[in-house]
Write a protein that binds this ligand. Structure first.
Ligand code: RB5
Length: 155
């Protein structure tokens, strides 16, 4: 599996932890930085990561900003992206098992590295359960298609 990773300056300190887990699980990283604590704008980084997932250069994406919230907002603008902002292990497990999340947004500030480490490990290792959850996730896709048609004025 290939994982696209992106962080802004507020996520810079936690990126090593995430890299370690991804590589420890034997996955490949598509590392989109940023590579220093110099300020950058989180929408640019989130866009770069989700485009890698959408064009198939990565299977999943992981984003880190101060809260995970801004990155998560950007990622979920893209049809086909199901981004889960996770600040605890339960959310990480359920985001995969029930929601088939393909992008994870992490909080980079005011959180222990050990917590993010466990979140990433769980999120990368948990399989989608399918079944009734597939029916519900499929409804998200249907909504995306419906909204796109409405925006294009075809409905
Ligand atoms: C940057 O200061 C911060 O606003 C950003 O990392 C993120 O938390 C936004 O949601």
């Amino acid at each position: 599996m290939k994982i696209a990773l992106g962080n802004d300056h507020a996520g810079y300190e936690q990126r090593e932890v995430v890299l370690r887990v991804i590589e420890g699980l034997g996955y490949e990283v598509v590392d989109l930085g940023t590579f220093s604590p110099e300020p950058v704008d989180y929408p640019d980084i989130a866009e770069a990561v989700v485009r890698k997932v959408l064009n198939g250069e990565a299977d999943r994406g992981i984003l880190i900003c101060g809260t995970g919230i801004g990155m998560g907002m950007v990622a979920n603008k893209f049809p086909g992206i199901r981004c889960s902002v996770c600040t605890d292990e339960y959310a990480a497990r359920m985001a995969r098992a029930h929601n088939n999340a393909n992008v994870l947004a992490l909080r980079g500030r005011e959180i222990d590295k050990a917590v993010n480490e466990r979140i990433v490990r769980i999120w990368l290792s948990t399989h989608f359960e399918g079944g009734r959850h597939k029916r519900r996730v499929d409804k998200i896709t249907t909504l995306e298609e419906q909204i796109a048609r409405e925006i294009c004025g075809k409905d």
